[in-house]
Design a protein around this ligand. Structure first.
Ligand SMILES: Nc1ncnc2c1ncn2[C@@H]1O[C@H](COP(=O)(O)OP(=O)(O)O)[C@@H](O)[C@H]1O
Ligand SMILES: [Mg+2]
Length: 329
């Protein structure tokens, strides 16, 4: 039964846990360690985290493809554990691995999907979906002639044949070149504008920043932050000066910077330190002077407004390393 509050929520998750049993003397793996989140209807919600964080595991549980170990999840107002078949009627899923028959045309594949879902006007629905993902002109070509980006967009279309309320996309642009990535973003925005709530996972900071209304950051099976991209960055409330240092310089550099005026805090940033200050432009010269006075010559000094990577760094002490997409294989 849906309460009035539920009506506004596309996804509700409380204390969600996944424990993979490690057979043969192997340890169990706690892939998801008690996640709470809500996704409102109409949102593009991002689930951002590095490789192995637990993104796919979470999506698969919400899509009823993997049993939930503990906790509660409702999708489209339906309890996932109690009524998985009903959940499946309301969701579309495009998973990381795209499995498309290369010898079919895009139109044939979509028509097959429409038949599987017993769509009333398959030809009409196919034409509508092909237009939605920008593949009308390529519809009669075999899929093996499609680029990586076109295959992702066709996969998006197949996930939409039954007009799902909620669309799950697991790393929709991983492995795509920047131009194809931008096209997929356009299709996601268009699908969202047509009324579909979207839950997408990504390891790309820019994708989360540009595409998502709200997001949650996951690391090692736990949420480390959640909010709008702007609110997450604003919470840091400071600029970031990153100084490149040798490992043995970290400690003396921290000591030297302890007296920096306007300093908020310092964290390790891989090959150096990230110094959070209220006014970065004003502090850069002081940072360099304090380090040089202590006999430390930083390899690089950069000043930036906080990014989602800084949000991740502030929460975990590590960089997410997902900023730049690798080119398509
Ligand atoms: N079928 C499985 N059996 C055991 N461990 C798994 C399985 N699938 C994923 N894992 C582990 O669970 C953790 C989270 O994986 P995953 O959800 O795939 O992360 P992500 O999608 O964020 O890269 C990782 O440590 C991964 O090795
Ligand atoms: Mg994954």
């Amino acid at each position: 039964m849906s309460t009035p509050l539920d009506a506004d929520l596309a996804i509700e998750v409380r204390g969600l846990v996944k424990r993979y049993r490690g057979g043969r003397g192997q340890d169990d793996i706690d892939a998801v360690r008690g996640i709470d989140l809500v996704v409102r209807r109409g949102e593009v919600f991002g689930f951002l985290g590095p490789n192995g964080a637990g993104k796919t595991t979470t999506v698969r549980m919400l899509c009823t493809l993997l049993p939930i170990s503990d906790g509660h999840a409702k999708v489209a107002g339906v309890d996932v554990r109690r009524d998985p078949a009903e959940v499946r009627r309301h969701i579309g899923v495009a998973l990381q691995e795209v499995g498309l028959d290369p010898t079919q045309t895009g139109r044939e594949l979509l028509e097959l999907q429409c038949a599987l879902y017993r769509v009333a006007d398959p030809a009409g629905r196919c034409a509508e979906l092909l237009a939605l993902v920008g593949l009308s002109e390529a519809a009669n070509r075999t899929i093996k002639t499609y680029s990586g980006g076109m295959k992702r967009r066709l996969d998006l279309a197949t996930a939409l044949v039954h007009k799902p309320q909620v669309l799950f996309l697991d790393e929709p642009t991983t492995g795509l070149d920047p131009a194809s990535r931008a096209t997929v973003w356009e299709e996601v925005r268009r699908i969202n504008a047509a009324g579909t709530t979207i839950f997408l996972t990504t390891q790309y900071l820019e994708e989360a920043d540009q595409l998502c209304d709200r997001l949650a950051i996951i690391d090692d099976g736990r949420l480390v932050a959640a909010g709008t991209p702007d609110s997450l960055k604003a919470e840091l409330g400071s600029d970031v000066i990153t100084v490149g240092l040798r490992q043995d310089e970290h400690r003396p550099a921290r000591d030297a910077l302890a007296v920096l005026p306007g300093m908020d805090h310092v964290t390790d940033a891989g090959e150096g330190l990230a110094v959070y200050v209220r006014d970065g432009a004003a502090a850069v010269a002081d940072v360099v002077r304090l380090l040089v006075d202590a006999g430390i010559r930083p390899g690089t000094v950069t000043l930036a407004r906080p990014s989602l990577d800084d949000v991740f760094l502030a929460s975990t002490g590590r960089r997410i390393e997902g900023g730049a997409p690798e080119a398509a294989a």
